[in-house]
Design a protein around this ligand. Structure first.
Ligand SMILES: Nc1ncnc2c1ncn2[C@@H]1O[C@H](COP(=O)(O)OP(=O)(O)O)[C@@H](O)[C@H]1O
Ligand code: SF4
Ligand SMILES: [Mg+2]
Length: 319
């Protein structure tokens, strides 16, 4: 299967007046054609920053300080702003966290969608609106949405419009960042169904970012667990849900409510570290029930434990 995205030892830091925030600190993974990579971790673990970096849109004072991002054979990290603008939407797009607010309140939905097609494809307004209508239909919206303003749409409808915009130019990769967080549970389920349908029918490669591992279980075939700017476990959905290895992954899984087993919910005690000054060694050690001396001193590397399943934890490294 062709590789769509290859991220190698990526580092993205925010240089603030209070210190350097190591938001993404040496991350590597690949996404193949048709893959949905779920990226899960608590708030502040660097998930959105990772998405911005792939789009070439890290906000100041952030900077990519190391590593490579190769999208469809093109090295993003070496592109100029002009070159990046050409590939955004057409090769990679993102449904941003809190995306409902990115729609321009004074423009009709149709004008906002048509603008992307006119700009990237050189279509006339009429042609662009026809394609826009087809896309809205694909996402279960009627063409009359084109004539409406954002405030005339419900949250769920706006989220569908934003997803339609992200898919408009058939990008190789769509990054979807917490797409259901602001929505109620019924609409949340509808949006998840829609994304699953897109994955199956359109074979869209996706990076699905969420703090909620139970959503990932519904859609992803591969999962990266992030903790404090690092990927601590990476594997197939089966690896992660059936044979998780990292104590942090195990804690996240235990904190998913289960109707079937009616288990007591347990949450991982403590809070993620301040990324300006993360703990030495394994960044999870202050919260880990299995922490050993070596964990406090030396950082465990991400190692393969079986094909396609890797973990960074001293429990699995033979010394
Ligand atoms: N614009 C910014 N300036 C400074 N620090 C930031 C900025 N955006 C994010 N951060 C910091 O980077 C870290 C990762 O944030 P983020 O990528 O938003 O995580 P997540 O999406 O997992 O919640 C956090 O410590 C956050 O405070
Ligand atoms: S390396 Fe040590 S502290 Fe970190 S998760 Fe593994 S056992 Fe826990
Ligand atoms: Mg985020």
């Amino acid at each position: 299967m062709a590789t769509v995205l290859k991220v190698e030892d990526l580092k993205v830091y925010y240089f603030t007046s209070q210190g350097t925030v190591k938001a993404v600190d040496g991350i590597s993974f690949t996404i193949d054609e048709g893959d949905v990579l779920g990226v899960a971790g608590e708030s502040g673990s660097g998930k959105s920053t990772l998405g911005y970096a792939i789009l070439g849109l890290v906000p100041p004072p952030g900077k990519i300080v190391g590593g490579r991002i190769i999208l469809d054979g093109i090295e993003i990290t070496s592109l100029s702003e002009d070159e990046l603008r050409k590939i955004r939407w057409s090769k990679v797009s993102m449904v941003f966290q809190g995306a409902l607010n990115i729609l321009n309140p004074v423009l009709r939905i149709g004008d906002q969608i048509a603008e992307i097609l006119m700009h990237h494809k050189g279509l006339s307004k009429k042609e662009a609106l026809e394609i826009a209508a087809q896309h809205l239909k694909l996402l279960g919206l009627s063409p009359d949405v084109l004539r409406r303003y954002p405030h005339e749409l419900s949250g769920g409808m706006k989220q569908r419009v934003v997803i339609a915009m992200a898919l408009l130019l058939k990008p190789r990769l769509v990054i979807v960042d917490e797409p259901t967080t602001a929505l109620d549970v019924v609409i949340q389920a509808q949006i998840m169904n829609l994304l699953k349908q897109l994955k199956e029918q359109e074979r869209v490669s996706m990076m699905f970012i969420t703090h909620d591992l139970s959503l990932i279980a519904e859609i992803a075939n591969k999962i990266a667990i992030m903790y404090a700017g690092k990927v601590v476990e990476l594997g197939s959905a089966d690896n992660i849900f059936e044979r998780s290895l990292h104590p942090y992954t195990q804690g996240l899984i235990r904190s998913i409510p289960s109707l079937k087993h009616r288990r007591a919910l347990t949450w991982i005690p403590g809070a993620p570290p301040d990324l300006r000054n993360p703990p030495p060694g394994c960044r999870f050690h202050p919260r880990c029930p299995y922490a050993m001396d070596v964990c406090k001193r030396e950082e465990p590397l991400l190692i393969d434990v079986e094909k396609g399943h890797s973990v960074s934890c001293w429990l699995y490294i033979k010394k």
